[in-house]
Write a protein that binds this ligand. Structure first.
Ligand SMILES: [Zn+2]
Length: 252
């Protein structure tokens, strides 16, 4: 099937579905220009970063400055980055009443920035933070302002402020809501995920309807048997969804 034929099929599925949901992964963020942590240019490959320390909750409790050095880099990068066509397309689908919600493994906040409303950030978000002692809330800008003059942002109560990213050793967020969203979907998109990271990786299998997987490269069969995939697209996300948008206009 050509990309256009796949896009037409996908457009028809969108129009037929009364309940569509999305599971998005790192591939959607790399399309926006954020390096994949595990990719060749990723933070996990760098000599000065020990990946198992960076997002380890026990290590954070011992030395939060290790994480915050990465946070500063991330902040500079996120300041230059915009949601992709695909992020915005998904927000438009929701605004038209054609999308029930998004489960995302990404903590960069780009779905929110694109205008999506129902988003379950299963691995949390870098854009919000809380004090580990009193639970006080801190916004992204407030944390970044504190980091201009300190290695670690400290709450007025004296506690260390931690971003709402889910660290290793912490529970994922919204799992019940994510399971509900996927299990009742008539159409589920798996976008930019190789389905390697649990528990997000087992969510698509809960869908009893049609499943469309759009990802460049391999997708693990461990959690989603290939026989369950209705349409598999190995293409650039934005190129594919631009074609889908064109087909949606044609079909309507
Ligand atoms: Zn506090």
């Amino acid at each position: 099937m050509t990309l256009q034929e796949q896009a037409r099929r996908c457009a028809e599925m969108i129009l037929d579905s009364r309940d569509t949901a999305v599971v998005s992964g790192a591939g959607l963020s790399t399309a926006a220009g954020i390096p994949d942590f595990r990719g060749p240019q990723g933070i996990y490959r760098r000599a000065d970063v020990e990946a198992d320390k960076l997002f380890d909750i026990n290590y954070f409790e011992r030395d939060p400055s290790y994480y915050y050095r990465f946070h500063r880099e991330c902040e500079r990068m996120l300041a230059r980055i915009e949601p992709t066509f695909t992020h915005k397309f998904l927000a438009r689908l929701e605004a038209e009443g054609r999308l029930s919600g998004i489960v995302t493994q990404n903590f960069d906040g780009l779905h929110e920035a694109a205008g999506s409303k129902t988003i379950y950030q299963i691995h949390g978000t870098i854009r919000r933070a809380h004090c580990t002692t009193c639970g006080g809330y801190y916004g992204y800008d407030a944390v970044n302002t504190m980091l201009e003059t300190a290695d670690v942002p400290i709450c007025h109560c004296g506690g260390v402020i931690k971003p709402d990213i889910v660290f290793f050793g912490e529970s994922v967020k919204y799992l019940t809501e994510c399971e509900r969203l996927c299990s009742r979907a008539e159409l589920l998109f798996v976008l930019g995920s190789s389905l390697n990271v649990v528990p997000a990786a087992f969510l698509p299998r809960l869908c009893r309807g049609k499943i469309v997987v759009v990802n460049r490269g391999e997708v693990s069969a461990d959690y989603l048997p290939p026989s369950r995939i209705t349409l598999r697209v190995d293409a650039d996300l934005d190129a594919f969804f631009r074609a889908v948008e064109t087909e949606l206009k044609n079909v309507r």
